[in-house]
Ligand binder design. Structure first.
Ligand code: S3P
Length: 177
């Protein structure tokens, strides 16, 4: 299989299940699992929260772009789970499509709020009024996720196994084409 065909990339808003779904998917396909946030934290020896605090969002976005450039040629048989804002740079969306099959895990505002309530790890959601923040970011990003993806999977009220099954079906069709 072509290298590009052998990677699946999961995009979507914070709390959309990219990491949990990605891990199960990788297991089912016997693929490697990789998460951009985890790699960046490891490379920086720092937490995302702290990177945002000290250097700001733009710096973090630079790290994401550099990571994709670094891994573009290297990835094979990999499920790549991405940070929720990585697709904000058009350059990154282009890079993602060069790396693999891009799947958008789409969750409604209600599901997202339920999953993110009480979260302390995400700098963009820190402080008051989670509802407003999620609403604003989700509205702005939804069309970007849709444009950046080759397949949209609605995740509301679905079990992880069902989401994984849907992705695998679409991926099989894609990789046979
Ligand atoms: C971000 C999402 C986070 C992380 C950072 C910024 C965003 O990843 O990259 O906090 O801008 O949506 P998750 O989507 O894995 O939470």
């Amino acid at each position: 299989m072509d290298k590009i065909k052998s990677n699946i990339i999961l995009i979507g808003f914070m709390g959309s299940g990219k990491t949990s779904v990605g891990q199960v998917l990788a297991h089912r396909l016997s693929y490697r699992f990789m998460d951009t946030d985890q790699v960046l934290e490891k490379q920086a020896g720092d937490t995302i929260n702290h990177i945002f605090q000290v250097h700001g969002e733009e710096y973090f976005r630079d790290l994401e772009t550099r990571l994709l450039q670094e891994y573009r040629q290297k990835l094979q048989n990999t499920i790549l789970s991405t940070g929720g804002g990585l697709i904000l740079r058009e350059q990154n969306s282009i890079l993602l499509k060069e790396i693999g099959y891009v799947v958008y895990l789409k969750a409604s505002k209600e599901t997202t709020l339920k999953r993110l309530k009480g979260d302390t790890k995400r700098p963009l959601l820190a402080g008051e009024d989670l509802d407003k923040k999620v609403d604003r970011l989700l509205t702005a990003r939804m069309p970007i996720y849709e444009k950046a993806s080759q397949k949209i999977v609605i995740t509301d009220n679905k079990a992880i196994d069902d989401i994984v099954y849907e992705i695998m079906e679409a991926y099989m069709r894609y990789s046979r084409a």
